[in-house]
Design a binder for this molecule. Structure first.
Ligand code: MN
Length: 730
């Protein structure tokens, strides 16, 4: 791999391509290079280098993956439409339709062109477009990954908050996508880079520990390698043995999972044996097990059952000298190639077209996009994250078919995989012959049989039981349908009651011209839709009766929503706006009391308007089960110009009592220009104490500075904002 700091030249790329693709169209690459150099002329990256370094580096990554010249040309041109005045028509003329189509797919739509007003939603939508284009031509996602890889390699030039945001997104989405497409080399590098930016101290500590131990135990490890080599040689197996340092991030994850430190070098050094054929893989495994006993339950045969990303290998952990367990992976050269380059391995675009037909990795992408069709951008991202979860479990049907599931999947997921109706009516099942309930987690090798009952139907809890995106989207669809039926019932009752109160009856007006006109005014098709609108709290029954019976509109807060003009309580007025519709009554939810600048989300409540919660509020999790009630809200501009009143936030703190602690805490607050509104403290036995403090804050940044200061007060053990998850937890 070329050093990050060294400058890639177009000649390097041409030479590299020449090696693996002798009849590649070098002209296309030169043309793309000259064009990109012209268009990006004068542009500078944050690093101070010429912008052109970036597309060149991206192209180099693609050449290392041994992709065709079209992909590499697209790498050189990928930022042209987004960052220079070049038009699509110009590109078509210069490079033809294929290259242009790919570059267009890599160009983000800006929030101006987007149907979504929040940045997050626009980003999610951009990502969905990108994946959709990738199912037509897999080179789209490969260029995007190379782009992200170079951006991560040069992340140090950005400001800290951008570093964290980009690293987070990369770790949540791009690294798992690389994994899902089987591109191990990119996945590992992305993860290790993200780790260093997201957890700098842990990364530093771990990498130092690993370096020290590698140094001190290197010789011993070299001897083991020789032993394995001799075993192969003595049995006439032609193969190579590599000792390798495991990737930082994977070591860290393992440590966290098992809650152990690095005990020995075997926690981060491992061996890889590369041989010529599948039968040699098994032979080598057997020979190694004769030398050192395997740890039961740690032998994994990904050759017989490949991972869904097509990864194949044998894994085993054996008890080595002095009882230290260590890991060995055994695979053929071809399997190794696939493990490193995944879907990009030996792909001949000229012969096979732009996407591998029938490839399970692309099939996965397609099915994900299908199951999330019509979902909101947030739902899409959530489903994606769940599906990208790296580990899978394999289970069997009673007939012996293998099904794979994301780790954490349950009996319910299994039922939905068999058939949607089986899922909807599932009451539990048997695992290896033993009865188990719905939420039982699947483990590798389980033989599962599902039981159903016609009386059983899905409920909201099921969304917490099911782990796979597919089952969740099926449950959601069912609930949505069911919820509409219920809203119709509720709405109808509310209207009947309202008309009765007004001295009339709904029956008399049903089907009348007045109702027809009201439906038309609100863009509703039939009376059921009207009932649903009332039931969901989008339309107040009083508005309906006033319109139909010709009375004045009723007064009162919280009664008039849609179509009743502005009805916003004074205290909230300048603070919040509902996107695209200013007629909603908006208020801050009491449970979390969000602070200006914080990420927020609105929900239409029955008859009370729009409740605005902090996204991190625990109640939001439940409210998300009603996606049809979700509505986009944002902080009004005036909020940040000092026009809005300060928000009051309750903080719960735990501390080790010491003289002057409270004074230090109050100083921390006042040094940020904030006031303490109230303070309540309690010292318990052993000098441990708890204090609840209400402070005034301007916005989210102000709050986080105050929290930081308090956290740093000597003796302070924990500072939490009341009602929300603890700071620092995802
Ligand atoms: Mn780029």
């Amino acid at each position: 791999m070329m050093d990050v700091s060294s400058k890639v030249r177009i000649e390097d790329i041409l030479d590299r391509v020449e090696q693996y693709l002798p009849d590649a169209d070098g002209e296309l690459l030169r043309h793309a290079y000259v064009f990109a150099a012209n268009r990006h002329r004068g542009q500078v990256r944050r690093s101070g280098e010429a912008y052109l370094i970036h597309p060149l580096s991206v192209a180099w990554v693609l050449a290392e993956m041994e992709l065709d010249e079209v992909a590499i040309a697209v790498g050189l041109l990928h930022d042209i439409l987004e960052d220079t005045p070049t038009t699509q028509e110009e590109m078509e003329l210069e490079f033809g339709p294929v290259v242009t189509r790919l570059v267009v797919a890599l160009t983000k739509i800006s929030s101006f062109e987007s149907n979504f007003s929040s940045r997050e939603a626009t980003e999610a939508e951009n990502f969905r477009r990108l994946l959709l284009a990738s199912t037509d031509d897999v080179r789209v996602i490969l260029v995007k990954l190379a782009d992200r890889l170079h951006n991560m390699r040069t992340l140090k030039y950005l400001k800290r908050d951008r570093q964290v945001a980009i690293a987070r997104e990369t770790l949540d989405i791009y690294a798992p996508i690389a994994n899902r497409l089987g591109i191990g080399s990119i996945k590992w590098e992305l993860e290790d880079l993200c780790f260093q930016y997201l957890y700098p101290r842990e990364a530093e500590r771990l990498s130092r520990a690993m370096q020290e131990r590698t140094k001190s135990a290197g010789r011993w490890f070299g001897e083991l390698q020789t032993v394995i080599e001799e075993i192969l040689k003595a049995n006439r197996i032609d193969g190579e043995v590599y000792g390798r340092v495991k990737h930082l991030y994977s070591v860290w994850q393992k440590q966290r999972r098992q809650e152990v430190g690095i005990e020995s070098i075997f926690d981060f050094l491992a061996f890889r044996v590369i041989v010529g054929s599948v039968s040699e893989c098994y032979a080598a495994l057997g020979l190694i097990h004769q030398k050192w006993p395997p740890v039961p339950g740690r032998i994994k045969d990904y050759i017989a059952i490949p991972k869904p990303n097509a990864y194949q290998s044998l894994h085993t952990t054996v008890i080595g000298p002095e009882g230290h367990p260590f890991e060995i992976q055994i695979r053929t050269r071809q399997m190794h190639e696939i493990a490193e380059h995944g879907i990009a391995a030996h792909w001949n675009y000229k012969e096979h077209g732009s996407t591998p037909v029938g490839d399970s990795r692309i099939a996965w992408l397609r099915s994900l996009l299908d199951t999330t069709k019509g979902s909101s951008p947030r739902e899409f991202l959530d489903s994606l994250k769940v599906d990208l979860y790296p580990d899978e479990v394999y289970c069997f049907t009673p007939k012996g078919d293998v099904l794979s599931f994301p780790r954490g999947a349950t009996i319910l997921d299994f039922a939905y995989r068999v058939h949607t109706q089986i899922g909807h009516h599932c009451v539990g099942g048997t695992v290896n012959g033993k009865w188990v309930p719905l939420r039982t987690k699947l483990t590798n090798g389980d033989i599962v049989e599902i039981s159903t009952s016609p009386q059983q139907t899905p409920n909201h809890d099921w969304l917490t039981i099911a782990a796979a995106a597919r089952s969740r989207s099926k449950i959601r669809a069912w609930l949505r349908k069911e919820e509409k039926i219920r809203a119709i019932e509720v709405g109808k009752k509310l209207l009947e009651r309202e008309f009765q109160r007004a001295g009339s009856s709904w029956k008399r007006w049903s089907g009348s011209d007045g109702i027809a006109e009201l439906l038309k005014n609100h863009g509703l098709m039939k009376e059921d839709d009207l009932f649903a609108a009332v039931g969901f709290g989008k339309l107040a029954p009083q508005v309906v009766s006033a319109f139909v019976l010709g009375q004045d509109k009723p007064e009162g807060r919280g009664l008039s929503l849609v179509g009743a003009g502005k009805a916003v309580p004074a205290e909230a007025a300048p603070v919040l706006e509902v996107t695209g519709d200013s007629d909603f009554l908006v208020y801050l939810a009491k449970c979390c009391n969000p602070v200006p600048g914080e990420e927020i989300i609105g929900f239409v409540t029955r008859g009370k308007g729009v409740a605005v919660h902090a996204k991190s509020c625990p109640n939001v999790r439940n409210l998300l089960y009603h996606p049809e009630r979700e509505i986009e809200v944002r902080w009004a501009q005036g909020t940040f110009e000092g026009k809005a009143p300060r928000a009051r936030v309750a903080l719960d703190m735990k501390y080790q009592d010491r003289p002057g602690l409270l004074m230090a805490a109050s100083h921390a607050v006042s040094s940020e220009g904030s006031n303490i509104v109230s303070c309540n403290l309690q010292t318990e036995e052993g000098g441990l104490g708890a204090v609840t403090m209400t402070v005034e804050v301007r916005d989210k940044d102000h709050l986080s500075r105050i929290l930081d200061k308090l956290q740093n007060v000597e003796g302070m053990l924990q500072v939490e904002r009341r009602g929300l998850a603890r700071r620092g937890e995802p």
